[in-house]
Design a protein around this ligand. Structure first.
Ligand SMILES: Nc1ncnc2c1ncn2[C@@H]1O[C@H](COP(=O)(O)OP(=O)(O)OP(=O)(O)O)[C@@H](O)[C@H]1O
Ligand SMILES: [Mg+2]
Length: 386
């Protein structure tokens, strides 16, 4: 959508095509000096919160929280051979402030020096980074107030945190590398202009890696929330057998796909549980997916619930799979802890499932019990207090 009547010269064909085809990408062309908007894609207009038509004639500078950031971007473009990246704070039309990461390029458009910019909303990342810095700062302040014993304990905790972070970045890096690598191939048209199917295949890999990344980040946030005491459970009373059936239905394709049998114990009928239903389901699904992943074809998985003598309610997931030794159970309960044989059965797992389940059941005031024997199978029990 052209916002002014500048007629593109022949050298601008490329840019015009990009503008026409990129409504999903937040992309703007602004005049170098005034910041006047010459082009804005639908996605760019949505980012600012203004209908694309209403942007006509407006200057991008009106949306800058600090116009010095625009001058700095121009300086960076001059210094960096016409290309630069920057993080910029914008004020949307509704007053909300957002952070965007901008990849900018100096271009001549309609004979006028302009800035072509592609933006990405990074407000959430910024907020998380700020919260992390604050937490670390608080931890540092607290640690400096502690006596020596406590200080050593804090150091151990901080070492554990560092190890966790190191492992986490490693886990995040592999899907990110896949995303960068495959998109690089697409961006560079490495297979030529005709191989559309090849590019579609590669964008499928990017999507897969992106989904994996998202699931991973959800898991990491779950762990972080519990450890920061920020998990708010929403307890309600619900019919347990319904939940078990729901979980069994959900895992049916995975059960069938691996050639296993699944039994759901009927003794749960009539039992009602007071707990956070969504989190209880998350725990059961995690345990079922483990039981399924680590049991060979022909094996059996049992899902059951019962009221114990003391009134506590236990949900049990048992399998006839590869099992674990006591040492291996200890490993499995650590974040990112995976037993060696796991990677053969499940190359994509990250070792966060069990620690999340343990955190969640403990947040309910309950406990996690694991009994297992190598090559015989595993029984995992969630015990909710009476
Ligand atoms: N039912 C089981 N039978 C045998 N080994 C198991 C079982 N459940 C868990 N394990 C072992 O414990 C490890 C940790 O389990 P956890 O659920 O935390 O991670 P994961 O399943 O490997 O990955 P994720 O759940 O994050 O996708 C597994 O890698 C596996 O080695
Ligand atoms: Mg798991």
């Amino acid at each position: 959508m052209a916002l002014t009547d500048i007629t593109p010269g022949p050298a601008e064909d490329e840019i015009s095509r990009l503008l026409r085809t990129s409504s999903l990408v937040p992309l703007t062309v602004t005049a170098w000096d005034s910041g006047a908007l010459i082009h804005a894609s639908e996605a760019a207009a949505a980012l600012i919160g203004v209908p694309a038509d209403a942007l006509r004639g407006q200057s991008m500078l009106e949306f800058y929280v600090d116009t010095e950031q625009r001058r700095a971007l121009l300086r960076a473009l001059e210094a960096g051979a016409g290309e630069a990246f920057a993080e910029i704070q914008l004020r949307r039309a509704d007053g909300r402030q957002i952070w965007v990461k901008v990849a900018a390029q100096r271009i001549t458009y309609g004979g006028v020096p302009c800035v072509l910019a592609i933006s990405q909303d990074i407000t959430e990342q910024k907020e998380q980074a700020r919260a992390l810095t604050e937490a670390l700062e608080q931890l540092r302040r607290q640690a400096s107030n502690l006596n020596l014993d406590e200080r050593q304990a804090a150091q151990a905790a901080s070492r554990a945190k560092s190890a966790f972070l190191a492992h986490m970045s490693h886990e995040l890096r592999s899907p990110l590398n896949a995303i960068l690598g495959f998109s690089e191939v697409i961006r560079g048209l490495h297979f030529g202009r005709e191989q559309v199917e090849k590019y579609a295949e590669y964008s499928g890999y990017i999507h897969q890696a992106g989904s994996h990344l998202l699931a991973l980040i959800d898991d990491i946030l779950d762990i972080a929330k519990v450890e920061a005491g920020k998990l708010d459970l929403q307890p309600s009373s619900f019919e347990l057998s319904e939940l078990l059936d729901e979980c069994a239905r959900m895992m049916r394709p995975m059960i069938d796909g691996r050639g296993l049998a699944l039994g759901v114990n009927g003794r749960a009928a009539g039992l009602s549980l007071t707990a956070d239903r969504r989190r209880t389901k998350q725990m059961i699904i995690n345990l079922l997916s483990n039981a399924i992943k680590f049991t060979h074809a022909g094996g059996r998985v049992e899902l059951a619930a019962q009221r114990m003598a003391d009134g506590a309610i236990a949900i049990t997931v048992a399998d006839t799979g590869i099992g674990m030794s006591d040492d291996q159970i200890a490993v499995a309960l650590e974040p990112f802890g995976r037993v060696e044989s796991a990677s053969i059965n499940d190359p994509t797992g990250t070792g966060l499932g069990l620690p999340i389940v343990k955190n969640l059941i403990e947040a309910h005031g309950g406990r996690l019990q694991i009994r297992s024997q190598l090559k015989r199978g595993t029984l995992v029990r969630l015990v909710f207090p009476a």
